[in-house]
Ligand binder design. Structure first.
Ligand SMILES: [Zn+2]
Length: 363
């Protein structure tokens, strides 16, 4: 009621005066705006990537694509990353079906709208090339969209929403082999054909190892895994090795706050090394932690530890590279230890006070 009462004066004024509201511009008549659109259409070439950070620019683009369809059909990546008001929510829900109809060749669609939209008005717009959706739409609302787009190969989704059961859990998503989601949904979404998986912790106390243990099957085709872990998640690597034995690329990102000297999963060196060995196709291991591997600056102790990680006398047959960012949250950003194997020999390299932009592999 409150929202519609707030809406009415705006709608009436706009209709009565036939003026179009465009933020940043005082008021333009429709013919003035049409002229401006025509000029934009003739002066700017169509682009494959379009990112919008406010609803007004999305409206302008929709009008441009309506006038000159090649501006819409050229788009293969469309991103809307925006905070919206209640008024804009209604505008957006009406706008999205028309907009997506004008951009039928999208391959990657990003919709991060705050607060999240819960009505997917565009669920049935055909997007025959769509492969990737990144969105914070609650899963129950997202369900019809995913069901209607069988070409989807990658899902990058956020919080499940208020539904008691994950809205995507009963959907057949076997064609989706790349999933990025939160720990609470992952056991219900994984299937035997998943090849890439990224799982973040949420604000519950669920441990990553508990979620992975709840997988209905082992993921033998999975080869790239990125997971958050809590410092006290002692069995994380063992559980990964049991449930996803074919991993080649593993990234472990510590999320929860813990004392620098608190025990980490690798404190049990025997269990850690055994789990690494069990990952018989592992090529690369990346770890980010607020803790330390040994006494800070004791390179000799660290060298010995790494030597155990890679198998001691019986070297791991596939492991080729390890990187550990220690004391990640320290003011000086800690240190990155890298170990790489060349011609059978392991060599170490240390970077003090690293700059994050130089080490995207830790994202
Ligand atoms: Zn869910």
């Amino acid at each position: 009621m409150i929202a519609s009462a707030r809406l009415r004066p705006f709608v009436r004024t706009a209709r009565a005066s036939r003026h179009v509201f465009t933020p940043g511009i005082m008021v333009a008549t429709r013919s003035q705006q049409k002229n401006k659109l025509a000029m934009t259409a003739s002066s700017t070439p169509p682009r494959e990537m379009r990112t919008f950070k406010d609803v007004a620019s999305l409206i302008s683009f929709k009008e441009l694509a309506a006038l000159k369809p090649e501006h819409g059909t050229a788009v293969i990546q469309l991103a809307l990353i925006v905070d919206i008001s209640a008024l804009e929510r209604e505008v957006l829900e009406r706008l999205l079906p028309a907009l997506l109809t004008l951009t039928p060749n999208i391959i990657i669609l990003t919709l991060w709208v705050y607060p999240p939209i819960s009505t997917v008005s565009f669920a049935r717009v055909p997007l025959p090339s769509l492969e990737v959706i990144r969105t914070n739409i609650p899963h129950r609302a997202l369900r019809p969209f995913v069901a209607f787009h069988p070409t989807l190969r990658a899902l990058d989704i956020d919080a499940c929403g208020r539904a008691r059961r994950c809205g995507l859990s009963t959907l057949n998503i076997h064609q989706v082999n790349d999933i990025s989601c939160l720990v609470s949904c992952v056991p219900k979404l994984v299937h035997k054909d998943v090849e890439r998986l990224r799982v973040a912790l949420d604000d519950t106390d669920v441990l990553m190892s508990a979620a992975i243990s709840a997988f209905p099957i082992s993921l033998h085709r999975l080869h790239v895994l990125t997971v958050d872990f809590a410092a006290n998640d002692k069995t994380i690597l063992r559980v990964i090795a049991t449930n996803m034995p074919g991993i080649r690329n593993l990234k472990l990102l510590e999320r929860c706050k813990a004392n620098r000297h608190a025990a980490r999963p690798w404190t049990d060196a025997t269990g850690w090394c055994a789990a690494l060995k069990k990952l018989s196709q592992l090529d690369q291991l990346v770890v980010r932690t607020n803790g330390v591997l040994s006494t800070p600056d004791d390179r000799k102790a660290e060298r010995e530890l790494f030597h155990r990680w890679v198998g001691g006398k019986q070297l791991h047959s596939t492991l080729r590279y390890i990187a550990v960012w220690q004391r990640y949250n320290d003011r000086d950003r800690g240190v990155i230890s890298e170990w790489s194997r060349e011609d059978g020999n392991w060599k170490g390299k240390w970077t003090e006070a690293p700059v994050a932009s130089g080490f995207a592999m830790f994202d």
